[in-house]
Each structure stands twice: as structure tokens, then as C-alpha cells.
Design a protein around this ligand. Structure first.
Ligand SMILES: Cc1cc2nc3c(=O)[nH]c(=O)nc-3n(C[C@H](O)[C@H](O)[C@H](O)COP(=O)(O)OP(=O)(O)OC[C@H]3O[C@@H](n4cnc5c(N)ncnc54)[C@H](O)[C@@H]3O)c2cc1C
Length: 456
């Protein structure tokens, strides 16, 4: 039986929503989890790369096979420019390759085991308290019965991904969280294909000095912010093809880039699984809570924009939110929810914002400019690894020497990059001052400071 007045209603049963529902229920809350799709169809449908440390921080066990694919050996990431000239090899691929369908299923099962009720239904309407504007009720149009039901939780979590169904409807959040513009939307696609000619796949890998299981990543195939990543399985039977770009910049979408690669690659066979979707880029929102509601995952722009990665940060946000509210008398109270915003943004906001600033810089660069930058040595190995791992760049002496040597060889490139690099460092530092209390004046001052640093 559905609880009509649970402690928490979570909208969206993808990884962020399912993880939030599980941890909230494990902490003692009564939880209803709703998705417009059947539970088995919710969330991402492709293979994602997620650094292992993000699972640890989120208190989610690291994936094991078959959920973790390419688990056999330690693999490298071979990075090439748009001409296929390789400029860097990250010896140990920092991402675990995760079958997102299985990860989502595992998190949903954890939620059900903790007593969460699942409903298939889409948000049809919301009720706000006329005075306080607190979110008091959510009406769901139920898929199976074609009826509507109104749930009155104390806290509603918007984990509806790019749809951001509550963020767009709750006035306090809609005002503070502008919808990403088309130039802030990456269209990405990832598909698994059978390999029909293993010798052809081996030739491809040999041409890139790569081994089966390694990631071969072409940076900037159609413009500054675009990638094409090929991952051949260890047994040479399957290959993953991933691409992402920002079509509003006048370039082909990730799907079109994948399709072109597939059409031009004779050793590729039948398409087995995968999908495409928009990924919201942009700065992480600084207002991720309002009375009775909190945002997590893609709905909160918790995306590491440099490569459009949102799984790990969404899982961490789910944990931080659950831990902030489970022992509170009223989980939807604005002061309680602010603990979540403060803890998450103070720790992770700076690196998300910094990565987005570099994304915007890369969008201003042509394919050839990105190629020159990659080949210049200005982005040294440790910097690239930090970018792939989603960790802050910790400059040791050796990497500073590498960057300085690159700057001496390429002074014009270094001068072009320097202002963005300086802003990234200042943005990262600024988030450590995220206001500890939900004081509107302090939050306004914080936003004004960020706006200055973000200006391009
Ligand atoms: C091709 C591709 C490759 C990617 N690769 C990576 C990668 O390698 N690493 C990485 O970290 N990230 C990657 N990403 C991004 C990653 O997939 C997302 O950041 C992540 O899945 C977001 O999770 P989420 O739970 O916030 O939202 P979602 O997974 O989008 O889940 C949202 C859920 O909400 C439901 N919903 C929406 N609207 C409503 C409504 N009105 N009512 C009820 N339910 C609703 C949806 O049905 C959906 O199930 C990739 C994305 C794409 C498209």
C-alpha cells in the first residue's frame, strides 16, 4: 500500500534518486520513490566510467562484474588529438566501467530492501503553502491505473535528471536556478557493438599503441568541447563507442559522431545496447534546497562538466542529503536542508564550477587550437589525471616544471590559458566560503562573488 504522507518522496529512480531513497530509508525515513518510467527502465541505459573513489565517498559498494565491465586488468587511457596523434597516456584508467542498468537495479533493490515503495507515475502538479511557499504535496499521474494520487511528504527530492521537474515548478528554485541554455547542453551517446572482425579491432588498437580494454579517446573531433571514445573489450568480442558534443555550437551531436564512426569502421557489427541523452552542463546551482524540497544529481547540475560526468557526484549528493536530514524532526525544514547544501557545495562545488569554466574555455577553441593546447604540454599528465578522476589538481614540483616548460615553448598559448586557469583556482577557493546558514543576504553576496569569477 502506498504511504500518502511519507517522510520523503523522491522523484526519479535513476542512480541519484535510487541512492537517496535507499539511504534515507536505511536511516529510518518512510520513503516513496516515483519515476515516470517502469523501475527497470529508469535512469541511464549505457556504460559509464566512474572513478572508484566516488563510490567510496557515496557509501555505495564499488561495482563488481557483471555490473563492472572491463574488470580484467589495469587499463590505460590513450588520449589523442583530432588528427589521431597521441599526446598522453594515463597509465591506469581512473574510471570503473559501469553497466548503468545494473547499477541502477542494485540501488533500487537496496531501496526496496530498506522498505521503499516504488510508484510508476509522472509529476502532474504540485501544492505550495500560499504563505511560506513550502512544497506540501505532489500529484502523480499513475501509469498503471491512469488515475492521479496526491502524496504529502515532509520532504520531496527532485532527482528527475535533466527534466528537473520540481526545480522548474517551485518558484524559489526556478528563480534561483536558470534552465541551462542550449550552449550548456551536451548531447552524448554511448553504444555497445559486436566486433565482427577481431583482426580489424586489433589493427585499430595497434595504430593507437593501445591494448584491448584500454580507452582510446580522441579529444576535439568536431570542436573544442567534443570527444570520441572507443573501448574494445579484452576478449575482442565487443566495443563501446561514446561521444559527446554541444550541437548549439554548430557541430554534429554525440549521436551523429558515433554513427559516423560506426559507418566508417568495417570491423564493427550489430548494435547491442546503449542510448543517448542530454547532459546539463553549467555551474552547479548554489540554491539546491527550498522549503520542503531538495535537488540531487543532474537536476542540481551536479555534473563534472569537463567530460559530462554526473553519476559519482549525484551519488555523493544523495548520501550527503540523506545524512543531513534523517535524524531531523522535520527533514523538509529549510535550516535542516541547508546543512546538505553547505556540506556538499563547500566540498565539491568548487571543482564542479572549475571544471565547468574549463568546459566553457574549451568551447571557444577550434579543433586545431585544442590540438595545439593538448600537444603543448601545458596540460601535464597529473593535471589530466586529476581531470579524469574529478579530483582537485594538486600541483607537485614535477608537474609545475612540466607546465612551466610548456609555457616557455608556447608563450601565446600559455597567455591565452592563464586567465581561465587563475579564475578556476579562485572559483575553487570561493566555494569553501559557501554560507553556513541559509541567510538570504549572505547567499546573495556569495552569488555576486561567483558571478564575477565566472564572467568570461
Ligand atoms: C551517453 C552518455 C554517457 C555518459 N557517460 C558518463 C560517464 O562516463 N560518467 C558519468 O559519471 N556520467 C556520464 N553520463 C552522465 C550520467 O549518465 C548522468 O549524469 C546520470 O545518469 C544522472 O543521474 P540522475 O539520477 O541524476 O538522472 P537520470 O539518470 O536522468 O534519472 C532521472 C529519472 O527521473 C525520471 N523522471 C524525469 N522526469 C520525471 C517526472 N516528471 N516524473 C517522474 N519521473 C521523472 C526519469 O525517467 C529518470 O529515470 C553520461 C551521459 C550520457 C547521455
Amino acid at each position: 500500500m502506498t504511504i500518502q504522507s511519507p517522510d520523503v518522496l523522491v522523484i526519479g529512480a535513476g542512480t541519484a534518486g535510487a541512492a537517496a531513497a535507499a539511504r534515507l530509508a536505511e536511516g529510518g525515513c518512510s520513503v516513496v520513490l516515483a519515476d515516470r518510467r517502469p523501475a527497470a527502465m529508469a535512469g541511464a541505459r549505457w556504460i559509464n566510467a566512474v572513478p572508484g573513489w566516488l563510490f567510496d565517498k557515496a557509501a555505495v559498494a564499488r561495482p563488481a562484474p557483471p555490473e563492472r565491465v572491463r574488470a580484467g586488468n589495469t587499463h590505460a587511457s590513450v588520449l589523442t588529438d583530432n588528427q589521431g596523434r597521441f599526446f598522453s597516456v594515463v597509465a591506469s584508467d581512473p574510471g570503473l566501467h559501469v553497466d548503468m542498468v545494473l547499477l541502477t537495479q542494485r540501488l533500487q533493490q537496496r531501496a526496496m530492501d530498506a522498505g521503499v515503495t516504488f510508484l510508476q507515475g509522472r509529476v502532474a502538479d504540485i501544492d505550495l503553502d500560499p504563505q511560506s511557499e513550502r512544497l506540501e504535496g505532489v500529484t502523480l499521474a499513475l501509469a498503471k491505473t491512469h488515475t492521479a494520487t496526491t502524496i504529502r511528504p515532509r520532504l520531496t527530492v527532485d532527482a528527475s535528471g535533466a527534466a528537473a521537474t520540481l526545480r522548474r515548478r517551485v518558484p524559489a528554485l526556478a528563480d534561483a536556478c536558470p534552465t541551462p541554455t542550449p550552449t550548456d547542453i551536451c548531447l552524448a551517446a554511448q553504444y555497445q557493438h559486436r566486433i565482427t572482425d577481431p583482426a580489424g579491432a586489433q589493427d585499430f588498437l595497434a595504430a593507437h599503441k593501445a591494448s584491448p580494454g584500454d580507452n582510446v579517446t580522441r579529444m576535439g573531433p568536431v570542436g573544442g568541447y567534443s570527444i570520441l571514445m572507443i573501448n574494445v573489450s579484452e576478449d575482442l568480442t565487443e566495443v563501446g563507442v561514446l561521444s559527446g558534443s554541444i550541437p548549439a555550437d554548430g557541430v554534429p551531436s554525440g549521436q551523429a559522431i558515433v554513427d559516423r564512426f560506426c559507418a566508417q569502421t568495417p570491423w564493427l557489427g550489430q548494435r547491442l545496447a546503449g542510448g543517448q541523452a542530454p547532459i546539463p552542463l553549467g555551474q552547479p546551482y548554489t540554491h539546491i534546497t527550498a522549503e520542503g524540497v531538495a535537488l540531487v544529481g543532474n537536476a542540481a547540475n551536479h555534473v563534472y562538466a569537463l567530460h559530462g560526468s554526473g553519476v559519482g557526484m549525484g551519488l555523493i549528493a544523495a548520501r550527503v542529503l540523506a545524512d543531513a536530514v534523517t535524524s531531523a524532526r522535520d527533514p523538509g525544514d529549510a535550516h535542516t536542508l541547508h546543512h546538505y547544501a553547505h556540506r556538499f557545495l563547500r566540498t565539491y562545488g568548487g571543482r564542479l564550477a572549475g571544471s565547468d569554466l574549463f568546459r566553457r574555455y574549451s568551447q571557444t577553441q577550434t579543433r586545431d587550437e585544442i590540438s595545439s593546447l593538448l600537444n603543448s604540454g601545458l596540460l601535464g599528465g597529473p593535471m589530466l589525471t586529476a581531470g579524469l578522476l574529478q579530483t582537485p589538481f594538486d600541483a607537485d614540483l614535477q608537474s609545475l616544471i612540466t607546465v612551466a616548460a610548456g609555457a616557455l615553448r608556447h608563450p601565446r598559448l600559455a597567455l591565452g590559458l592563464a586567465p581561465t586557469a587563475a579564475r578556476i583556482l579562485r572559483l575553487q577557493a570561493a566555494f569553501t566560503d559557501y554560507p553556513a546558514h541559509p541567510d538570504p543576504r549572505a547567499l546573495d553576496a556569495f552569488d555576486t562573488r561567483l558571478a564575477r569569477l565566472r564572467r568570461f
